[in-house]
Design a protein. Structure first.
Length: 221
């Protein structure tokens, strides 16, 4: 298995140790919207649920909804930017012995990603169901995935210009994202008894290790 312990973070400054009151309130409102949407999508169906319904269930106004999300599709993908940021941070924090595969695998172990259930919890299962059945959700998922792959590949190429040209970086990131998506699709599709989030994480980690092993042979080695 890949051995990619996450490096010790730089100690936060006092201002970074605790979000401001405004940031905490915004995070709570955002989470309330996500939970309200997931509940309504499950009980009433995606098409029958409106933005106004979600806002009302979260006890906020529709205008406030749009300060957090651009559409009801967007509510299903609340942590995409966070995961992209984790990958970019892992690339930036690479050590001298780290190769491209190491930093991508480490991104999955980033504290912010590892502590979240967005990829492995009930919302992930609901999202997968809606991607399969609702064209608008499927289209948004594809757009977000492509945008994320391009951004991560750009940073990976810049970090490893001697090993990866732009095409190689795009291929490696595509393999990584595809492996994550394929593994989660199999783990969350309901074909076996529901797994606890920690079990999903463990099996996902093993699957990604298998998928990325061929990339451990680095150019010039």
């Amino acid at each position: 298995m890949l051995s990619v312990p996450y490096p010790s973070p730089v100690p936060p400054t006092p201002s970074e140790q605790r979000p401001s009151l405004r940031e905490r309130k915004r995070a709570r409102t955002r989470q309330a919207l996500v939970e309200a949407a997931a509940d309504l999508f499950t009980r009433n169906g995606y098409d029958a649920t409106t933005v106004a319904d979600i806002a009302a269930a979260a006890d906020i106004g529709t205008r406030t909804f749009f300060s957090h999300f651009t559409s009801k599709e967007e509510v299903l993908f609340p942590e995409v930017d966070q995961r992209v940021g984790a990958a970019i941070e892992a690339i930036a924090a690479r050590g001298p012995a780290d190769g491209p595969v190491d930093v991508l695998a480490r991104a999955l172990r980033h504290p912010a990603v590892a502590a979240s259930d967005d990829l492995v919890g009930p919302l992930a299962t609901l999202r997968l169901q809606l991607i399969r059945t609702v064209p608008a959700v499927r289209g948004r998922a594809l757009q977000l995935q492509q945008d994320a792959q391009r951004e991560i590949a750009r940073h990976l190429h810049a970090a490893y210009p001697e090993e990866l040209d732009e095409v190689g970086a795009a291929a490696l990131v595509g393999a990584f994202v595809g492996a994550v998506g394929g593994a989660l699709d199999a783990l969350l599709d309901g074909g076996e008894p529901a797994l606890a989030p920690d079990d999903v994480r463990e099996r996902l980690s093993r699957a990604i290790t298998v998928a990325l092993t061929p990339w451990l042979h680095r150019p010039g080695s």
